[in-house]
Write a protein that binds this ligand. Structure first.
Ligand code: TEU
Ligand code: CA
Length: 685
């Protein structure tokens, strides 16, 4: 690319397209702006000059540097059936049609009453998860950790934190999953370790020794004492302040993109990459089926750690991010890890256990051979659609799936904003995202996780106090997440319509990010109430409260490490189980339907009425039989007219119909799933 390409040329580059889309999204502008041919012809530098008040100085150079790191034309796509994504025999990999379920162990089930959820507690709920239809569990970190970031600061990658149980407990959980036809993946947090990890201790003791290069230690014996000197660059931490901490004992600065005790690993050091691959192989041997990889797109930092562009820092909220969120060697490091860590070698000892086959009718078969490649699910904040595709669908193969976080907020909004998310945004987002995929590509479908307020609360706001509306909207979200093409990741509590918590003051929050943000706001002059109000909407604690198994448990709720503040009747597992109208049973029914209908895990999809703001419909098609399944969702809390041409009267599943199935009107948040094609034309089912 020349030094002053046109907007169109930038947009033709996958990384350029995502970068422009990101800026527009951040500014709350319509992405279709770039479709204008006049704008496409404009030179980048001219646009950057005009937009200087927003983009600041040096935007064009930063962007071109980023593009220069990555090949402009994507390498050939991996053909399905003949690639690292396949099951080894040429068929599609298991996760193409799987439903994942994220467990937040600290708040799932507490087996010994110490107020902290634990591994035996999860094991005790495996029948519940299998009945729900889950194919694969993902556990947030259960490793030994000082707990400065709820376990995302790991001290020992091969040990279980004592509050969660023992390695033997984990082995039992793995075997218990496999026996029920479920796989299990763990959380690989290897952008950073805890400062208490032996590697970091060794690095501090001898910064010039072998472990010094495991981290980013900068400065030297002559560096004047902090705080009299400046940190090595202007990068900021996601949890506030500088991304550098002074280590008086080592007389060095150390990089931490997150909390000051989460030390960034230097992946340019081959020994670091070998250690990570070893950790993965070790867990694969214990029967672990893969990993979710924490902030994995941050592992490759630009050489020399150059200063971040302040304007980009202001726009995105974090200074320096352009030098590591899609770093120069990211793809190379991930494909290497796939090969050396996730891929089974013939000489590897057999895994302790492997998953039993689970057939479409739910019955169980024999244990399957271990997957040739453990699944790699990338947590990739900031990665857009095209970058995600580069990581998942192109040679050499890197990740299997990525989480695209743009789904969580409307353009121009961030997590901390208190606003009502319009479901029409989800519709636009998915139509665009799915429309950009090639054959064989899959997206991760997620709406909630342990880092975000509940999507249901974002959609309903105050109206979530109305139990009927709450249940109805929860079912509409479930239909979107479980019936669109892609791989759903449910987060615990979604299946019972969990919402945000009525936390009253900062004393009720535990999360490092919220507490730091609060302190920063206070330091900047905000009053206690005002600062709390600016933390609450985005607080990660909302999703981290205990799973509500039964109302009775609330008697002892105070005993939990984080008591749930939200206690409305009707939103516990015990109250919903067996009630066909419940949110829980609707999830079960949706997952059962996914399993039974090949159309719902095939790729083909069509979106009738793409521009409607209140009606979202899609038609899935089974290429084998030609069977079509139409899904219609009323995205609003009002009744709307039903367009006639999409659904049929052969309704196979519905929710919120207000009694009138497939009438001319759709009730608030109504969901209708109906069969079209062959079966409708009379072939008896
Ligand atoms: O989160 C990464 C991340 O970028 C955000 O989603 C994060 O929640 C933060 O709020 C950014 O402002 C992952 C984990 O999911 C999160 O729990 C950890 O705190 C973080 O990485 C560090 O390991
Ligand atoms: Ca416990």
């Amino acid at each position: 690319m020349n030094s002053n390409p046109s907007i169109g040329e930038i947009y033709a580059h996958p990384v350029g397209r995502d970068a422009i889309d990101k800026v527009l999204l951040q500014l709350g502008c319509d992405r279709r702006w770039v479709d204008n041919p006049l704008i496409r012809r404009l030179p980048l530098r001219a646009v950057a000059r005009l937009a200087r008040p927003v983009l600041g100085l040096g935007f064009a150079d930063s962007l071109l540097q980023l593009l220069g790191d990555h090949p402009g034309t994507p390498a050939p796509r991996l053909p399905i059936g003949n690639d690292a994504h396949s099951s080894g025999d040429g068929s599609a990999p298991w996760w193409h049609s799987a439903v994942f379920y994220q467990v937040y162990p600290r708040s799932f089930d507490d087996s010994n009453g110490d107020g902290i959820g634990d591994i035996p507690g999860i094991t005790a709920r495996l029948d519940y998860l299998a009945d729900l239809g889950v194919d694969c569990l993902w556990l947030s970190p259960i490793f030994d950790s000082p707990g400065d970031d709820a376990g995302y600061d790991i001290r020992d990658y091969r040990a279980v934190a004592p509050e969660f149980g023992t390695l033997a407990d984990l082995d039992a959980l793995i075997a218990g999953c496999h026996a029920r036809g479920m796989r299990i993946i763990l959380d690989l947090v290897v952008n950073h370790t805890s400062a208490e990890h032996p590697w970091f201790r060794a690095a501090c003791e001898d910064p010039d020794g072998p472990y010094g290069d495991y981290y980013f230690l900068r400065g030297g014996p002559d560096t004047p004492d902090n705080p009299s000197s400046d940190p090595p660059n202007n990068w900021t931490s996601f949890f506030g302040g500088s991304a550098w901490r002074w280590l008086p004992e080592a007389r060095r600065w150390a990089l931490h993109l997150f909390a000051p005790s989460q030390m960034d690993l230097n992946w340019d050091t081959p020994a670091v990459r070998a250690e990570v691959a070893d950790i993965v192989r070790w867990w694969r041997g214990r029967g672990i089926d893969g990993f979710r990889l924490d902030v994995i797109n941050y592992i490759s930092k630009r050489s020399g750690l150059p200063a971040g562009n302040p304007a980009i820092g202001k726009l995105i909220g974090f200074t320096g991010i352009e030098h590591y969120f899609f770093g120069p060697r990211l793809h190379a490091y991930l494909s290497e890890l796939r090969r050396n860590g996730f891929t089974r070698e013939n000489e590897d000892p057999p895994a302790s256990s492997t998953v039993r086959e689970r057939r479409a009718d739910g019955s169980l078969g024999d244990p399957l051979p271990q997957d040739p490649v453990g699944v790699m699910v990338g947590e990739t904040p900031g990665v857009g659609v095209e970058m995600g595709r580069l990581l998942t669908a192109h040679e050499p193969c890197a990740l299997d799936l990525t989480f695209n976080f743009d789904v969580l907020d409307e353009p121009g909004r961030v997590r901390w904003d208190d606003y009502r998310l319009n479901l029409a945004y989800l519709k636009d987002y998915y139509i665009d995202y799915l429309g950009r995929l090639g054959a064989g590509e899959r997206i991760a479908l997620f709406l909630d996780n342990h880092d975000n307020p509940r999507m249901l609360s974002k959609v309903l706001g105050e109206d979530a106090v109305d139990p009927a509306l709450r249940a109805a909207a929860a079912k509409a979200l479930a239909a979107i997440q479980l019936l669109l093409p892609g791989v759903p990741f449910l987060f615990q509590g979604q299946e019972i319509g969990a919402v945000n918590q009525d936390f009253r003051d900062i004393g009720e929050l535990h999360d490092v990010e919220s507490l730091n943000r609060y302190d920063e706001l206070r330091a900047a002059g905000a009053g206690a109430e005002e600062a709390f109000a600016q933390v609450l909407p985005g607080a990660r604690d909302h999703a981290r409260v205990p799973m509500r198994w039964a109302p009775a448990a609330e008697a002892g709720a105070q005993a939990w490490w984080q008591p749930a503040a939200e206690r409305s009747a009707g939103f516990t597992v015990a109250e919903q189980a067996g009630d066909p109208e419940s949110v829980l049973e609707f999830h079960r029914a949706l997952i059962r339907l996914r399993r039974a209908e090949p159309a719902l895990t095939a790729e083909e999809v069509e979106f009738p009425r793409p521009r409607s703001r209140d009606y979202f419909a899609w038609i899935r098609r089974d290429p084998g039989t030609g069977t079509e399944i139409a899904v219609e969702v009323n995205l609003t809390a009002r009744a709307i007219a039903r367009p006639g041409e999409v659904g049929t009267s052969d309704v196979i599943l519905a929710a919120n119909t207000a009694g009138g199935e497939h009438g001319d009107e759709m009730a608030p948040f109504e969901v209708t799933v109906s069969r079209r094609g062959e079966a409708v034309q009379g072939s008896p089912k």
